[in-house]
Design a protein around this ligand. Structure first.
Ligand code: HOZ
Length: 427
Protein backbone atom coordinates (compact mmCIF):
# COMPACT_ATOMS: atom_id res chain seq x y z
CA UNK A 1 0.00 0.00 0.00
CA UNK A 2 1.47 3.35 -1.09
CA UNK A 3 1.53 5.99 1.64
CA UNK A 4 4.09 8.58 0.52
CA UNK A 5 1.66 11.45 -0.07
CA UNK A 6 -0.33 10.86 3.11
CA UNK A 7 2.91 10.76 5.10
CA UNK A 8 4.12 13.99 3.54
CA UNK A 9 0.82 15.75 4.24
CA UNK A 10 0.76 14.52 7.82
CA UNK A 11 4.30 15.80 8.41
CA UNK A 12 3.21 19.20 7.09
CA UNK A 13 -0.02 19.11 9.10
CA UNK A 14 1.90 18.46 12.32
CA UNK A 15 3.70 21.77 11.84
CA UNK A 16 0.52 23.85 11.72
CA UNK A 17 -2.33 21.87 13.31
CA UNK A 18 -2.20 20.46 16.86
CA UNK A 19 -1.59 16.73 16.45
CA UNK A 20 -1.99 17.23 12.70
CA UNK A 21 -5.77 16.83 12.92
CA UNK A 22 -8.89 18.87 13.55
CA UNK A 23 -10.52 16.22 15.74
CA UNK A 24 -8.39 13.98 17.98
CA UNK A 25 -9.56 10.47 17.04
CA UNK A 26 -8.54 11.01 13.41
CA UNK A 27 -4.86 11.04 14.40
CA UNK A 28 -4.79 7.18 14.69
CA UNK A 29 -2.99 7.49 18.02
CA UNK A 30 -5.23 4.90 19.62
CA UNK A 31 -4.22 2.29 17.06
CA UNK A 32 -0.72 3.48 16.17
CA UNK A 33 0.57 4.53 12.78
CA UNK A 34 -0.48 7.58 10.83
CA UNK A 35 -3.78 8.64 9.28
CA UNK A 36 -4.33 8.54 5.55
CA UNK A 37 -5.52 11.71 3.84
CA UNK A 38 -8.75 11.46 1.87
CA UNK A 39 -8.90 12.70 -1.71
CA UNK A 40 -12.48 11.74 -2.56
CA UNK A 41 -15.31 9.44 -1.59
CA UNK A 42 -18.22 7.91 -3.46
CA UNK A 43 -20.85 5.47 -2.27
CA UNK A 44 -19.37 3.12 0.32
CA UNK A 45 -15.78 3.87 -0.70
CA UNK A 46 -13.06 6.40 0.10
CA UNK A 47 -9.85 6.95 -1.90
CA UNK A 48 -6.77 8.45 -0.31
CA UNK A 49 -4.24 10.84 -1.84
CA UNK A 50 -1.96 7.88 -2.69
CA UNK A 51 -4.73 6.22 -4.69
CA UNK A 52 -5.62 3.49 -2.18
CA UNK A 53 -9.27 2.45 -2.03
CA UNK A 54 -11.09 1.66 1.21
CA UNK A 55 -14.50 0.23 1.97
CA UNK A 56 -15.64 2.80 4.52
CA UNK A 57 -17.35 1.83 7.80
CA UNK A 58 -16.83 5.23 9.40
CA UNK A 59 -19.18 7.01 6.97
CA UNK A 60 -17.88 10.39 8.16
CA UNK A 61 -18.76 9.26 11.71
CA UNK A 62 -22.42 8.69 10.84
CA UNK A 63 -23.81 11.30 8.43
CA UNK A 64 -23.16 9.37 5.19
CA UNK A 65 -26.14 7.04 5.68
CA UNK A 66 -26.65 6.98 1.88
CA UNK A 67 -22.93 6.63 1.22
CA UNK A 68 -20.73 9.47 0.01
CA UNK A 69 -21.49 12.07 -2.67
CA UNK A 70 -25.07 10.97 -3.22
CA UNK A 71 -26.16 12.71 -6.47
CA UNK A 72 -29.28 14.27 -4.94
CA UNK A 73 -27.30 15.76 -2.05
CA UNK A 74 -24.58 17.05 -4.38
CA UNK A 75 -27.21 18.71 -6.59
CA UNK A 76 -28.99 20.26 -3.60
CA UNK A 77 -25.73 21.69 -2.24
CA UNK A 78 -24.76 23.15 -5.63
CA UNK A 79 -28.14 24.76 -6.14
CA UNK A 80 -28.21 26.25 -2.63
CA UNK A 81 -24.63 27.55 -2.89
CA UNK A 82 -25.49 29.35 -6.12
CA UNK A 83 -28.29 31.21 -4.30
CA UNK A 84 -25.98 32.43 -1.53
CA UNK A 85 -23.88 30.68 1.11
CA UNK A 86 -25.39 32.31 4.18
CA UNK A 87 -28.03 34.95 4.86
CA UNK A 88 -28.34 35.38 8.61
CA UNK A 89 -31.99 36.01 7.68
CA UNK A 90 -34.79 33.43 8.00
CA UNK A 91 -35.04 31.21 4.89
CA UNK A 92 -37.69 28.80 3.68
CA UNK A 93 -35.43 25.74 3.94
CA UNK A 94 -35.31 26.12 7.73
CA UNK A 95 -39.09 25.75 7.81
CA UNK A 96 -39.02 22.68 5.56
CA UNK A 97 -36.35 21.12 7.76
CA UNK A 98 -38.23 21.87 10.99
CA UNK A 99 -41.48 20.45 9.58
CA UNK A 100 -39.70 17.29 8.43
CA UNK A 101 -38.02 16.76 11.80
CA UNK A 102 -41.32 17.25 13.59
CA UNK A 103 -43.07 14.79 11.25
CA UNK A 104 -40.55 12.03 11.82
CA UNK A 105 -39.18 12.39 15.34
CA UNK A 106 -41.99 11.54 17.74
CA UNK A 107 -40.63 13.50 20.74
CA UNK A 108 -40.18 16.75 18.83
CA UNK A 109 -42.88 19.41 18.50
CA UNK A 110 -40.55 22.37 17.95
CA UNK A 111 -36.93 22.47 16.88
CA UNK A 112 -34.05 24.97 16.83
CA UNK A 113 -31.14 24.43 14.44
CA UNK A 114 -27.53 24.68 15.64
CA UNK A 115 -24.15 24.21 13.96
CA UNK A 116 -23.07 20.98 15.67
CA UNK A 117 -24.16 18.25 18.06
CA UNK A 118 -21.99 19.84 20.73
CA UNK A 119 -24.02 23.05 20.53
CA UNK A 120 -27.29 21.13 20.57
CA UNK A 121 -26.36 19.27 23.77
CA UNK A 122 -24.95 22.36 25.45
CA UNK A 123 -28.17 24.24 24.74
CA UNK A 124 -30.34 21.30 25.82
CA UNK A 125 -28.73 21.35 29.25
CA UNK A 126 -29.22 25.11 29.58
CA UNK A 127 -32.84 24.77 28.51
CA UNK A 128 -33.51 21.91 30.94
CA UNK A 129 -32.04 23.97 33.76
CA UNK A 130 -34.06 27.01 32.72
CA UNK A 131 -37.28 25.00 32.52
CA UNK A 132 -36.92 23.19 35.83
CA UNK A 133 -35.09 25.90 37.79
CA UNK A 134 -32.71 23.18 38.94
CA UNK A 135 -28.95 22.88 38.44
CA UNK A 136 -27.94 19.22 38.63
CA UNK A 137 -27.80 16.91 35.66
CA UNK A 138 -27.10 13.21 35.34
CA UNK A 139 -24.94 11.83 32.56
CA UNK A 140 -23.45 8.39 32.06
CA UNK A 141 -19.80 7.45 32.03
CA UNK A 142 -18.68 6.65 28.50
CA UNK A 143 -21.44 8.73 26.94
CA UNK A 144 -20.18 11.68 24.89
CA UNK A 145 -22.31 14.74 24.32
CA UNK A 146 -19.79 16.97 22.60
CA UNK A 147 -17.21 19.11 24.29
CA UNK A 148 -19.18 21.65 26.33
CA UNK A 149 -17.58 22.09 29.77
CA UNK A 150 -20.33 20.66 31.98
CA UNK A 151 -20.60 17.53 29.82
CA UNK A 152 -16.91 16.77 29.51
CA UNK A 153 -16.93 14.53 32.55
CA UNK A 154 -16.15 10.82 32.23
CA UNK A 155 -16.83 11.41 28.54
CA UNK A 156 -16.50 8.90 25.71
CA UNK A 157 -15.15 9.23 22.16
CA UNK A 158 -11.79 11.03 21.81
CA UNK A 159 -11.80 12.04 25.48
CA UNK A 160 -11.88 8.38 26.48
CA UNK A 161 -9.63 7.22 23.67
CA UNK A 162 -6.87 9.53 24.83
CA UNK A 163 -7.33 8.90 28.54
CA UNK A 164 -8.70 12.35 29.42
CA UNK A 165 -12.40 11.72 30.01
CA UNK A 166 -12.24 14.68 32.43
CA UNK A 167 -10.61 17.35 30.29
CA UNK A 168 -7.98 19.77 31.56
CA UNK A 169 -9.15 23.37 31.38
CA UNK A 170 -12.60 22.67 32.83
CA UNK A 171 -12.89 24.35 36.26
CA UNK A 172 -14.25 21.99 38.93
CA UNK A 173 -16.96 24.57 39.61
CA UNK A 174 -18.30 24.05 36.07
CA UNK A 175 -18.87 20.34 36.60
CA UNK A 176 -19.94 20.31 40.24
CA UNK A 177 -23.56 19.91 39.16
CA UNK A 178 -22.83 16.99 36.82
CA UNK A 179 -23.51 13.59 38.40
CA UNK A 180 -21.93 10.71 36.50
CA UNK A 181 -23.45 7.24 36.75
CA UNK A 182 -22.94 3.86 35.08
CA UNK A 183 -25.24 3.06 32.13
CA UNK A 184 -27.79 0.23 32.49
CA UNK A 185 -27.74 0.49 36.31
CA UNK A 186 -31.20 1.39 37.61
CA UNK A 187 -30.18 1.28 41.29
CA UNK A 188 -27.59 4.02 40.76
CA UNK A 189 -30.25 6.30 39.26
CA UNK A 190 -32.70 5.65 42.06
CA UNK A 191 -30.03 6.42 44.64
CA UNK A 192 -29.08 9.66 42.85
CA UNK A 193 -32.68 10.90 42.80
CA UNK A 194 -33.13 9.95 46.46
CA UNK A 195 -29.97 11.83 47.46
CA UNK A 196 -30.75 14.92 45.37
CA UNK A 197 -34.46 15.53 45.90
CA UNK A 198 -35.88 18.30 43.68
CA UNK A 199 -32.39 19.21 42.45
CA UNK A 200 -31.99 17.19 39.27
CA UNK A 201 -32.91 19.11 36.13
CA UNK A 202 -32.37 16.31 33.63
CA UNK A 203 -30.84 13.04 32.60
CA UNK A 204 -28.95 13.29 29.33
CA UNK A 205 -28.25 9.97 27.62
CA UNK A 206 -27.32 8.46 24.29
CA UNK A 207 -30.19 5.94 24.15
CA UNK A 208 -27.79 3.53 22.42
CA UNK A 209 -24.35 4.68 23.59
CA UNK A 210 -22.01 4.84 20.60
CA UNK A 211 -19.01 6.71 21.95
CA UNK A 212 -17.40 3.96 23.97
CA UNK A 213 -17.82 1.47 21.15
CA UNK A 214 -21.47 0.43 21.08
CA UNK A 215 -23.68 -1.10 23.72
CA UNK A 216 -27.43 -1.38 24.01
CA UNK A 217 -29.91 -0.44 26.70
CA UNK A 218 -31.11 -3.48 28.65
CA UNK A 219 -34.80 -4.24 28.02
CA UNK A 220 -36.87 -1.77 30.03
CA UNK A 221 -33.97 0.55 30.91
CA UNK A 222 -35.00 3.49 28.70
CA UNK A 223 -38.59 3.14 29.95
CA UNK A 224 -37.21 3.22 33.49
CA UNK A 225 -35.33 6.47 32.72
CA UNK A 226 -38.54 7.92 31.28
CA UNK A 227 -40.57 7.00 34.35
CA UNK A 228 -38.12 8.10 37.00
CA UNK A 229 -37.48 11.50 35.40
CA UNK A 230 -41.21 12.15 35.03
CA UNK A 231 -41.87 11.07 38.62
CA UNK A 232 -39.22 13.47 39.90
CA UNK A 233 -40.02 16.54 37.79
CA UNK A 234 -36.81 16.16 35.78
CA UNK A 235 -36.45 16.13 32.01
CA UNK A 236 -35.22 13.24 29.89
CA UNK A 237 -32.84 14.32 27.12
CA UNK A 238 -31.96 11.88 24.35
CA UNK A 239 -28.72 12.68 22.58
CA UNK A 240 -29.59 11.24 19.17
CA UNK A 241 -26.75 12.93 17.30
CA UNK A 242 -25.67 9.46 16.12
CA UNK A 243 -28.87 7.45 16.38
CA UNK A 244 -31.28 10.06 14.97
CA UNK A 245 -32.62 9.05 11.54
CA UNK A 246 -30.29 6.04 11.70
CA UNK A 247 -31.80 3.43 14.02
CA UNK A 248 -35.22 4.28 12.56
CA UNK A 249 -36.67 7.26 10.75
CA UNK A 250 -37.62 8.66 14.15
CA UNK A 251 -34.35 7.56 15.75
CA UNK A 252 -33.87 5.42 18.86
CA UNK A 253 -36.97 6.97 20.44
CA UNK A 254 -39.07 5.41 17.68
CA UNK A 255 -37.16 2.14 17.73
CA UNK A 256 -37.53 1.69 21.51
CA UNK A 257 -40.83 3.57 21.76
CA UNK A 258 -39.70 5.89 24.55
CA UNK A 259 -40.34 9.62 24.19
CA UNK A 260 -37.84 12.04 25.70
CA UNK A 261 -38.68 15.64 26.60
CA UNK A 262 -35.79 16.99 24.55
CA UNK A 263 -33.80 15.50 21.68
CA UNK A 264 -30.39 16.52 20.35
CA UNK A 265 -29.71 15.84 16.69
CA UNK A 266 -26.75 16.26 14.32
CA UNK A 267 -24.84 14.38 11.62
CA UNK A 268 -27.51 12.90 9.27
CA UNK A 269 -29.67 16.07 9.30
CA UNK A 270 -26.82 17.94 7.60
CA UNK A 271 -26.14 15.34 4.91
CA UNK A 272 -22.42 15.79 5.63
CA UNK A 273 -22.45 19.52 6.29
CA UNK A 274 -21.94 20.97 9.78
CA UNK A 275 -25.27 21.00 11.57
CA UNK A 276 -27.08 20.16 14.77
CA UNK A 277 -30.55 20.63 16.22
CA UNK A 278 -32.31 20.71 19.53
CA UNK A 279 -36.00 19.83 19.68
CA UNK A 280 -38.68 18.76 22.07
CA UNK A 281 -41.97 19.54 23.71
CA UNK A 282 -43.28 22.95 22.63
CA UNK A 283 -43.78 24.25 26.17
CA UNK A 284 -40.08 23.63 26.90
CA UNK A 285 -38.75 24.83 23.53
CA UNK A 286 -40.74 28.07 23.85
CA UNK A 287 -38.50 29.08 26.73
CA UNK A 288 -35.76 29.76 24.18
CA UNK A 289 -35.05 33.37 23.19
CA UNK A 290 -36.73 35.36 21.68
CA UNK A 291 -39.86 33.87 23.30
CA UNK A 292 -38.31 33.03 26.65
CA UNK A 293 -35.37 33.76 28.93
CA UNK A 294 -33.02 30.91 27.87
CA UNK A 295 -30.50 32.34 25.44
CA UNK A 296 -29.33 30.44 22.37
CA UNK A 297 -28.11 31.82 19.01
CA UNK A 298 -25.82 31.36 16.00
CA UNK A 299 -24.87 33.30 12.86
CA UNK A 300 -24.70 30.14 10.76
CA UNK A 301 -27.62 28.32 12.42
CA UNK A 302 -30.11 27.20 9.78
CA UNK A 303 -27.50 27.83 7.11
CA UNK A 304 -29.20 27.43 3.69
CA UNK A 305 -26.58 25.09 2.21
CA UNK A 306 -26.62 22.84 5.29
CA UNK A 307 -30.44 22.84 5.27
CA UNK A 308 -30.57 21.97 1.55
CA UNK A 309 -28.07 19.15 2.03
CA UNK A 310 -29.90 17.80 5.08
CA UNK A 311 -33.33 17.96 3.45
CA UNK A 312 -32.02 16.05 0.41
CA UNK A 313 -30.61 13.42 2.77
CA UNK A 314 -33.88 13.12 4.67
CA UNK A 315 -35.91 13.03 1.43
CA UNK A 316 -33.94 9.98 0.33
CA UNK A 317 -34.65 8.33 3.68
CA UNK A 318 -38.38 8.67 3.08
CA UNK A 319 -38.22 5.56 0.87
CA UNK A 320 -39.74 2.79 2.96
CA UNK A 321 -37.05 0.25 2.01
CA UNK A 322 -34.08 2.18 3.34
CA UNK A 323 -34.32 1.10 6.94
CA UNK A 324 -35.01 -2.52 6.09
CA UNK A 325 -31.90 -2.48 3.92
CA UNK A 326 -29.81 -1.04 6.75
CA UNK A 327 -31.17 -3.65 9.18
CA UNK A 328 -30.39 -6.45 6.72
CA UNK A 329 -26.82 -5.26 6.15
CA UNK A 330 -26.29 -4.83 9.89
CA UNK A 331 -27.53 -8.35 10.60
CA UNK A 332 -25.41 -9.80 7.78
CA UNK A 333 -22.28 -8.13 9.10
CA UNK A 334 -22.95 -9.12 12.73
CA UNK A 335 -23.62 -12.76 11.87
CA UNK A 336 -20.55 -12.98 9.65
CA UNK A 337 -18.21 -11.30 12.13
CA UNK A 338 -19.38 -13.52 14.99
CA UNK A 339 -18.81 -16.55 12.79
CA UNK A 340 -15.34 -15.28 11.83
CA UNK A 341 -14.38 -14.79 15.48
CA UNK A 342 -15.64 -18.27 16.33
CA UNK A 343 -13.69 -19.83 13.48
CA UNK A 344 -10.54 -18.02 14.64
CA UNK A 345 -11.23 -19.08 18.27
CA UNK A 346 -11.04 -15.48 19.49
CA UNK A 347 -13.44 -14.04 22.04
CA UNK A 348 -15.13 -11.13 20.33
CA UNK A 349 -18.26 -9.39 21.56
CA UNK A 350 -19.72 -8.05 18.34
CA UNK A 351 -22.39 -5.57 19.44
CA UNK A 352 -24.76 -4.23 16.84
CA UNK A 353 -27.98 -2.26 16.59
CA UNK A 354 -29.39 -1.71 13.11
CA UNK A 355 -26.58 -0.22 11.02
CA UNK A 356 -24.27 0.58 13.98
CA UNK A 357 -21.73 -1.87 15.37
CA UNK A 358 -18.58 -2.44 17.42
CA UNK A 359 -16.21 -5.36 18.02
CA UNK A 360 -14.82 -5.74 21.55
CA UNK A 361 -12.04 -8.21 22.22
CA UNK A 362 -13.16 -9.65 25.55
CA UNK A 363 -14.93 -12.67 27.01
CA UNK A 364 -17.99 -11.12 28.65
CA UNK A 365 -20.91 -9.25 27.08
CA UNK A 366 -20.51 -5.46 27.01
CA UNK A 367 -23.37 -3.48 28.59
CA UNK A 368 -21.58 -0.40 29.93
CA UNK A 369 -18.26 1.41 30.07
CA UNK A 370 -16.75 -0.87 32.72
CA UNK A 371 -17.40 -3.86 30.43
CA UNK A 372 -16.04 -1.98 27.40
CA UNK A 373 -12.81 -1.20 29.25
CA UNK A 374 -12.12 -4.96 29.50
CA UNK A 375 -11.58 -5.17 25.75
CA UNK A 376 -8.02 -5.97 24.68
CA UNK A 377 -7.13 -2.73 22.93
CA UNK A 378 -3.82 -4.02 21.56
CA UNK A 379 -5.75 -6.73 19.82
CA UNK A 380 -8.23 -4.19 18.53
CA UNK A 381 -5.35 -2.11 17.10
CA UNK A 382 -3.94 -5.19 15.31
CA UNK A 383 -7.39 -6.03 13.99
CA UNK A 384 -7.87 -2.45 12.80
CA UNK A 385 -4.56 -2.39 10.92
CA UNK A 386 -5.08 -5.87 9.50
CA UNK A 387 -8.43 -4.79 8.06
CA UNK A 388 -7.05 -1.47 6.82
CA UNK A 389 -4.20 -3.17 4.99
CA UNK A 390 -6.86 -5.15 3.09
CA UNK A 391 -8.84 -2.01 2.24
CA UNK A 392 -11.46 -2.08 5.01
CA UNK A 393 -11.61 1.15 6.99
CA UNK A 394 -13.01 0.86 10.53
CA UNK A 395 -13.04 3.63 13.14
CA UNK A 396 -9.46 4.06 14.41
CA UNK A 397 -10.41 3.62 18.07
CA UNK A 398 -11.94 0.91 20.23
CA UNK A 399 -14.25 3.58 21.63
CA UNK A 400 -16.14 4.51 18.48
CA UNK A 401 -19.03 2.87 16.67
CA UNK A 402 -18.95 1.60 13.08
CA UNK A 403 -21.60 2.67 10.56
CA UNK A 404 -23.11 1.00 7.51
CA UNK A 405 -24.71 2.95 4.66
CA UNK A 406 -27.30 2.03 2.06
CA UNK A 407 -24.43 2.09 -0.46
CA UNK A 408 -22.85 -0.97 1.21
CA UNK A 409 -23.94 -3.94 -0.86
CA UNK A 410 -24.33 -7.52 0.40
CA UNK A 411 -21.16 -8.26 -1.63
CA UNK A 412 -19.29 -5.49 0.25
CA UNK A 413 -20.33 -6.98 3.57
CA UNK A 414 -19.39 -10.46 2.36
CA UNK A 415 -15.95 -9.19 1.38
CA UNK A 416 -15.54 -7.55 4.81
CA UNK A 417 -16.36 -10.83 6.53
CA UNK A 418 -13.92 -12.74 4.30
CA UNK A 419 -11.15 -10.29 5.21
CA UNK A 420 -12.08 -10.50 8.91
CA UNK A 421 -11.73 -14.31 8.79
CA UNK A 422 -8.15 -13.88 7.56
CA UNK A 423 -7.22 -11.06 9.90
CA UNK A 424 -8.70 -12.66 13.01
CA UNK A 425 -6.93 -15.94 12.32
CA UNK A 426 -3.59 -14.10 12.38
CA UNK A 427 -4.21 -12.19 15.64
N1 HOZ B 1 -16.22 12.44 18.17
C1 HOZ B 1 -16.44 11.97 16.86
C2 HOZ B 1 -16.98 10.60 16.83
N2 HOZ B 1 -17.66 10.14 17.95
C3 HOZ B 1 -15.20 12.04 16.01
C4 HOZ B 1 -15.37 13.05 14.96
C5 HOZ B 1 -14.21 13.20 14.01
O1 HOZ B 1 -13.06 12.98 14.39
O2 HOZ B 1 -14.46 13.59 12.88
Amino acid sequence: MKQALSKKLFAEALKFIPGGVNSPVRAFRAVGGQPFFARRAKGARVWDVDGNEYLDYVCTWGPAILGHAHPKIVAAIKAAAARGASFGIPNALEVTMARRIRQWVPGIQKVRMTNSGTEACMSAIRLARGFTNRDKIIKFDGCYHGHADSLLVKAGSGALTFGSPDSAGVPAAFTQHTLVLPFNDADAIEAAFAANKNQIAAIIVEPVPGNAGLYLPQPGYLEFLRDITAANGALLIFDEVMTGFRLARGGAQERFNVLPDLTCLGKIIGGGLPVGALGGRAEIMDLLAPLGPVYQAGTLSGNPIAMASGIANLDALADGNVYQKLEDRGRQLAAGMREAAKAAKISVQFNSCGSMFCAYFCHQPVHNLADAMKSDRDRFAKFFHGMLAQGIYLAPSQFEAGFISTAHTPADIEKTIRVAHKVLRRL
